[in-house]
Design a protein around this ligand. Structure first.
Ligand SMILES: Cc1ncc(COP(=O)(O)OP(=O)(O)O)c(N)n1
Ligand SMILES: Cc1ncsc1CCOP(=O)(O)O
Ligand SMILES: [Mg+2]
Length: 218
C-alpha cells in the first residue's frame, strides 16, 4: 500500500448490480480524471468475487495514479495492495483494521451523527462517509435519511474530511460541499450515466476538484 494523501474529493463506488459494468465504468471514470475508486460488491458477492474485482480495479488505479479503497473486506484490501478500506457498523472497527493494515492505510468510517463521528475519530478513522443524504436507489435498506442538515452537523463536529453519500448528483454534490463536506461518494450518478466521462467531469467540477488533481496537491 502506498501513502495516497491528500484525500480526493470525488469517490467513485463500483456498481456490481447484475446489469452493471463495474470495470468499464471505472476505466472511463479514471480516464475522465477521477482519482479515487472504492470497490464495493453487492451482498451476493463472495470473497472470491470481491478479490477478483478488487485486483483488477487496484491495478487500474495504480496505472492511473489513483487511490483504491475496498469496502468492508480488510483482508481483500491487503491481498490486492489497495490503499485502504471503508468500514461501517457491520464491519471491523477502524482500530482493529488499523492494527493489521500498513501504517499509511486510509480507513474510512460510516457515520450518521456527531456522536458516531467523534467515536470514529477516536478509533483512528482517516475520513468519514456520511449519509444517506438522500434516498438511494443503489442501497435501499437504509435506516434513516439524514439530509444535508444531518451531513453538515457531522462535518461541523469533527476535524476529519467528510465524504457525503446517498442519492447524490452533481447539483447535490455542490450543495454538500457548500454545507461542509470535503467531497462526495457516488454509485448511480456515474455508473447509470449515459455518458460516464461527462458525469465524472460534472461531479469533479461540483466538488471543486480539477480532473486528476487531488485536493491539496500542488
Ligand atoms: C464513502 C462511503 N460512505 C458510506 C458507505 C457505507 O458503508 P456501510 O455503512 O458499511 O455500508 P455498505 O457500503 O458496506 O453496504 C460507503 N460504502 N462509502
Ligand atoms: C453504500 C451506500 N451507503 C449509503 S447510500 C449508499 C449507496 C450510494 O449509491 P448512490 O450514489 O447510487 O445513491
Ligand atoms: Mg460496510
Amino acid at each position: 500500500m502506498r501513502s495516497p494523501v491528500p484525500l480526493p474529493r470525488l469517490h467513485i463506488i463500483t456498481d456490481t448490480r447484475p446489469d452493471a459494468d463495474p470495470v468499464g465504468v471505472v476505466e472511463a471514470a479514471l480516464e475522465a480524471g477521477a482519482r479515487l475508486v472504492q470497490v464495493r460488491g453487492e451482498d451476493r458477492y463472495t470473497d472470491r468475487l470481491t478479490f477478483d474485482l478488487s485486483r483488477t480495479i487496484a491495478r487500474l488505479c495504480r496505472e492511473a495514479g489513483a487511490v483504491c479503497l475496498v469496502n468492508d473486506a480488510v483482508h481483500v484490501a491487503m491481498a490486492v495492495g489497495a490503499d485502504g478500506v471503508h468500514l461501517g457498523a457491520d464491519d471491523l472497527p477502524a482500530d482493529a483494521a488499523r492494527a493489521i493494515l500498513p501504517e499509511t492505510a486510509i480507513v474510512g468510517a460510516t457515520c450518521r451523527d456527531p456522536h458516531e463521528a467523534r467515536a470514529a475519530r477516536r478509533v483512528g478513522a482517516t475520513y468519514l462517509g456520511v449519509g444517506p443524504v438522500r434516498a438511494s436507489g443503489t442501497k435501499t435498506a437504509l435506516k434513516r435519511i439524514i439530509g444535508l442538515d444531518g451531513m453538515g452537523a457531522v462535518a461541523g463536529a469533527v476535524d476529519l474530511p467528510v465524504i457525503a453519500i446517498g442519492g447524490l448528483d452533481a447539483d447535490l454534490a455542490a450543495e454538500c460541499v457548500e454545507n461542509g463536506a470535503h467531497g462526495v461518494a457516488v454509485v448511480s450518478a456515474v455508473s447509470r450515466a449515459a455518458d460516464v466521462k461527462a458525469a465524472v467531469g460534472e461531479l469533479l467540477h461540483a466538488v471543486g476538484e480539477r480532473a486528476g488533481t487531488p485536493a491539496g496537491a500542488v
